[in-house]
Write a protein that binds this ligand. Structure first.
Ligand code: UD2
Ligand code: MN
Length: 582
């Protein structure tokens, strides 16, 4: 039965004056857009807004339970599937190779049922019967067989056939036998609905997705999925409905957490009381989720309505095909992995589109487990493609805010990131808005979670003066000791910065005095915390201001601590040398 009293929710919202007229709003925006963004033409489709009818199951809602893969078989209903210890070694090997427990996955039906974990409201939305059609695009590189194919099976089984134009698989130069030899044969069962294209060299997921956009010519909307997903109950209509109404809207489903060991599916942690979050970043450009705030909630009539998000996670989204081409697809200079989620998000918002998260469209994604050996970038790419991607994105889209990125990642300032003149021209030609506008209107809540970082005074490795020993966090965080190790000049755990607020930092961690009053530890810090250090460059000294002591070390014991200042002690002398990321 229905637990929520939707009429009373609606009444409450109307009392608060929250009733709004989305169609009018969209039309107004499109008028502005036609003037300002000449290439983005609105759709002319007649389209009615979805309506929520209490007690009446939505149209497009499945009327009967879907067929089970293997009745009561492993993992059916997304129940935990736990393997016995006799599989331990095989499981470990599969995690190393694929990032998931493929032994278990291989025993679970490709057509397994899942549980319906949607918000109750989601069952009662009525969607237009004239939604746009879609090509589902899946790019993959060396993925496991059953997790990949379960993605395809779930799409075919849970998408109304009249909307599913095709499934386009882009093999990004995999070298696994199961992907090279079995795939063509296997997809024949779908009589051409599933198409396979193979890259002739490793392009990386970003360019593979742009290639997918070119190959996927049948559907009106492109829906991207990672190669290890399972789409949820009635995932399609809520995801595509907003695009059917306004083609400059890009939508993202609510991404559920599929456990890569036992294959349960659960809502992601974090977010507000309903588990809803907006996509965000910290100033070093790490992906973050922040709870849906009250200003955005106030715009909704129902909690299960789509809401605005500053950024997307990257892997799962729907975008009208022509609109994606008008945006220039992904920056062709982005390589292999990372940062493309921000590029597309900024481009959408700043150039006149909208990015919406859709709570009623649910897609599960398997997150890679610890111990995965990874997909290293190929030799022709050079090192750290991800950092270079970040630099390209902030150089093109962040305007004066890029200084905050460089404050967080000073080592990237000298990276050769290639030519971005085409992208700058695109921004000009489309009269895309400033990052400042974006921060004030759309991403206004991010600085309250991730404050703008202070400027750095110095940064680099902290080397014992005229020695080959450097301070090394050894990857410790949240209370771990920093240590002394041989300088490697690679940055990473030996990269520190001291800022105008007197914080001595590595990533989002600050150095401070440990509980024993002597050892130096790293711990997470906010803007005004652990503002404790001064660096006197000419006398090679770091002073811990609250105690008046000096940064000291034992190269033999690999320890870093604070001790009474003594200018005759060479272990209290330091130099901070810049490092350039490679
Ligand atoms: C996240 C995104 C992912 C992508 C990535 C980089 C989600 C749930 N996942 O990490 O989609 O945006 O961030 O920003 O939002 N692949 C290739 N070629 C490669 C490497 C990967 O085709 O060279 C495929 C891979 O098989 C997979 C997809 O690209 O289907 C995404 O890669 P991932 O699953 O390793 O990324 P993920 O989920 O850790
Ligand atoms: Mn993934």
């Amino acid at each position: 039965g229905v637990e929520v009293d939707l009429d009373s929710i609606r009444q409450k919202n109307e009392d608060k004056g929250l009733d709004r007229h989305p169609r009018g709003r969209v039309q107004n925006q499109q008028n502005i857009m036609q003037k300002q963004y000449v290439t983005f033409k609105p759709h002319t489709n007649a389209y009615t807004d979805p309506v929520l009818k209490r007690g009446v199951l939505g149209n497009l809602e499945p009327k009967e339970p879907e067929p089970q893969g293997i009745p009561d078989g492993p993992g059916e209903g997304a129940k935990p599937f736990v393997l016995g210890s006799e599989y331990k070694e095989a499981v470990q090997a599969s995690i190393k190779e694929f990032g998931f427990n493929m032994v278990a996955s291989d025993m679970i039906s490709l057509d397994r049922t899942i549980s319906d974990i949607r918000h109750e409201e989601c069952k009662y939305w009525h969607y237009d019967e004239n939604l746009l059609t879609a090509s589902v695009v899946i790019v993959f590189h060396n993925e496991g067989w059953s997790t990949l194919m379960r993605t395809v099976h779930s799409v075919i089984k849970r998408t109304p056939r009249r909307y599913l134009a095709e499934v386009v698989m882009i093999d990004d130069f995999s070298n696994k036998v199961h992907l090279k030899e079995r795939l063509e044969e296997y997809i024949k069962q779908w009589n051409g609905l599933v198409k396979l294209f193979r890259n002739e060299r490793r392009e990386g997921l970003i360019q593979a997705r742009s290639i997918g956009a070119r190959k996927a010519t049948v559907g009106q909307v492109l829906i991207y999925l990672d190669a290890h997903c399972e789409v949820g109950v009635n995932w399609y209509a809520p995801l595509v409905a907003p695009i059917s109404k306004d083609r400059t809207i890009c939508t993202v489903p609510l991404i559920d957490y599929i456990d890569g060991n036992v294959y349960t599916i659960e809502p992601q942690q974090g977010g507000d009381d309903d588990g809803l979050a907006r996509g965000a970043w910290d100033w070093s450009l790490l992906w973050k989720r922040v709870p849906l705030n009250s200003r955005e909630k106030a715009k909704q009539k129902h909690m299960s309505e789509p809401y605005r998000s500053p950024a997307m996670a990257g892997g799962l989204f729907a975008i009208e095909r022509d609109f994606f081409f008008e945006l220039g697809l992904y920056d062709p200079g982005l390589q292999i992995w990372g940062g493309e989620n921000f590029e597309i998000s900024y481009k959408i918002w700043q150039c006149g589109g909208q990015l919406l998260f859709v709570p009623c469209s649910r897609v599960g994604h398997i997150y890679r487990l610890q111990g995965w050996q990874g997909n290293p970038p190929p030799a022709h790419v050079g090192s750290s493609p991800t950092l270079k991607n970040y630099v390209r994105v902030v150089e093109v889209w962040w305007d004066e805010y890029k200084d905050y990125f460089y404050a967080s990642r000073p080592e990237t300032k000298a990276l050769a990131y290639g030519d971005i003149s085409e992208l700058k021209r695109f921004r000009e030609e489309h009269r895309c808005k400033s990052f400042k506008w974006f921060m004030e209107e759309i991403a206004y809540d991010i600085p309250s979670h991730y404050p703008l970082p202070p400027k750095n005074l110095e940064w680099g490795e902290i080397r014992g003066y005229e020695t080959s020993y450097c301070i090394d966090s050894m990857g410790h965080t949240n209370g771990g000791n920093v240590e002394i190790g041989p300088c490697h000049r690679m940055g990473g755990n030996q990269l520190f910065r001291i800022n105008e607020a007197n914080q001595l930092m590595q990533y989002d961690q600050c150095l401070t005095k440990g509980p024993d009053g002597s050892a130096v530890i790293v711990t997470h810090c906010n803007l005004n915390e652990y503002t404790e250090w001064k660096y006197f460059k000419d006398i090679h000294r770091f002073t811990h201001v609250p105690t008046g002591k000096c940064l000291d070390r034992s190269d033999v014991l690999h320890k870093v601590f604070i001790a009474d200042c003594d200018k005759t002690k060479s272990t209290q002398k330091w130099e901070m040398n810049n490092i350039v990321a490679v």
